[in-house]
Design a protein around this ligand. Structure first.
Ligand SMILES: Cc1cc2nc3c(=O)[nH]c(=O)nc-3n(C[C@H](O)[C@H](O)[C@H](O)COP(=O)(O)O)c2cc1C
Length: 460
């Protein structure tokens, strides 16, 4: 039996995008009804163009058929070409490899620049970019090529093509490398999924596949639209409540002393520096209280329409309070060594973990990344994120927002520490395992997302 994915008749086909709910054809014009109550329209003069538009209602047609029929019109296909270009620009078509009635590989345009009408010379040395990423979403295997204006969805019946797609252009002389059927190769080349070998931009090497993929998912309208339509969105657990520390055991922190001398903003900005080494004078509970008061406490004096909202002095998208503050204390006057949760509602610290191996490992990890030898910072402020809290509203964009939030918090911590005359330094990388060990939380529920070292006052 012939392999269904390598049938000679298979070719590039297309039909109306699922976003087009109806196509109403009248004399020389048609109305497209789109999801979200949107509409669009087409107009033409030639009878043959009208016949082609009507064929769109049949479910699917082969691109070559369309182009052949269009070319036989009195204008040589110019008007039908304009209609096709309009539908491509509006992402009003869905494409696939197979036959008009059978889909194997679905080619979903994510940009209006997608134009598969120009064939690629079969002799071209094609390859799949090393930045391509294969993932599994909504029950389908999806291939994202970094520069292609499409996403390739590989249906189960075509999964056996995947090795040949991934291997394309790798080592053509190696008989063990699977070969792509020419028709599939042609389809993928027309769609930009396979590209001439040297087509990658020189700066492609600056990106790992995962970074570029994430950037695309988070910054490209076409990809965002797909993410928002994901059925996984509905499965995000509802997390509404703020986290609090058990009141009985909480350690109260002093608020920022109102009498404290104020330093002008420009002086704070100009004198901010990363100071990594702990100084002779340890940090105190007053310092920590002042710093967290300015940056992290909840502002319940602001009228909040919804008690689940979390206003702090730092701006956070959606005011959903997904960022939490923890403090790993090594040396702080008035506070025992240990790992604490900062409860911004009552401005108190709740004990999370006693001193021990997990705390030591975490502090040492941070110290190593600050290049301070055997020294340990007085405290490390650990930021965590509860992804579900943001995903409820910003599904697909939550991680981007939470990283932006970390940057905001870092700068606020720098400025607050500078004003207090302390020694602050942000930390770019640290192992998420420390937080998981110290809190016992599953990273899906809550995971560390940033560390910030803080030590006592600078001498003088
Ligand atoms: C996001 C971020 C991550 C950082 N990560 C580290 C780090 O892991 N280790 C370190 O020693 N310094 C780190 N720093 C401090 C920078 O090295 C420092 O800001 C930079 O050298 C400029 O110096 P300045 O802060 O004194 O102006 C980080 C700073 C930022 C903003």
């Amino acid at each position: 039996m012939q392999d269904p994915i390598a049938q000679d008749a298979d070719t590039l086909c297309f039909g109306l995008h699922p976003d087009v709910t109806d196509l109403v054809v009248a004399d020389r014009q048609a109305a497209l009804h789109l999801t979200g109550d949107l509409r669009s329209s087409l107009e033409w003069n030639l009878e043959q163009t009208g016949l082609l538009v009507r064929r769109l209602r049949t479910g699917g047609l082969a691109l070559d058929d369309w182009l052949d029929q269009a070319a036989s019109a009195s204008d040589g296909g110019a008007e039908a070409g304009d209609i096709l270009a309009f539908l491509l620009r509006g992402r009003l078509l869905i494409w696939w490899h197979g036959t008009p009635d059978r889909r194997e590989l679905i080619i979903e345009p994510v940009r209006g620049s997608f134009d598969p009408t120009t064939p690629v010379d079969p002799g071209t040395d094609l390859t799949l970019s090393e930045l391509a990423v294969v993932s599994h979403a909504d029950g389908e295997v999806v291939l994202n090529e970094p520069l292609a204006p499409v996403v390739l969805r590989i249906l189960p019946s075509a999964l056996s093509l995947l090795p040949a797609i991934l291997a394309c252009g790798r080592d053509p002389d190696d008989p063990a490398v699977p070969v792509l059927p020419p028709a599939v190769r042609d389809t993928l080349a027309r769609c930009g999924v396979l590209r001439p070998r040297d087509a990658d931009a020189p700066f492609a090497a600056a990106w790992t596949p995962w970074e570029w993929w994430l950037h695309h998912q988070l910054r490209d309208d076409g990809h965002l639209r797909r993410v928002l339509a994901s059925s996984r969105r509905a499965k995000v657990p509802r997390v509404l409540e703020r986290q609090v520390a058990p009141r009985e055991t909480a350690t109260p922190l002093p608020p920022r002393a109102q009498a404290q001398a104020k330093v002008p903003f420009d002086v704070v900005m100009e004198s901010r520096r990363s100071l990594r080494e702990p100084t002779e004078t340890p940090l105190t509970r007053d310092h920590l209280g002042s710093l967290l008061w300015s940056v992290a406490r909840y502002r319940d004096d602001r009228p909040a329409p919804d008690p689940a909202l979390a206003f702090r002095n730092i701006p956070l998208a959606g005011a959903l309070g997904e960022i939490e503050f923890y403090v790993a204390v090594h040396r702080c006057e008035g506070l025992e060594r240990g790992f604490y949760f900062y409860d911004g509602t009552d401005h108190v610290l709740g004990s999370v973990a006693e001193p021990g191996e997990a705390l030591d490992a975490m502090l040492k990890d941070v110290a190593k990344r600050l290049f301070i030898g055997d020294a340990i910072p007085d405290v490390v402020v650990v930021l965590s994120t509860r992804q579900a809290r943001l995903s409820q509203k910003y599904y697909g964009g939550a991680y981007r927002l939470t990283l932006i939030h970390v940057g905001i918090v870092y700068e606020a911590l720098y400025l607050a520490a500078t004003e207090l005359g302390l020694s602050p330094c942000a930390v770019g990388f640290a192992d998420i395992g420390h937080f998981a060990r110290l809190t016992g939380r599953h990273p899906f529920a809550e995971t560390s997302i940033g560390e910030f070292a803080l030590s006592g006052p600078v001498a003088g």
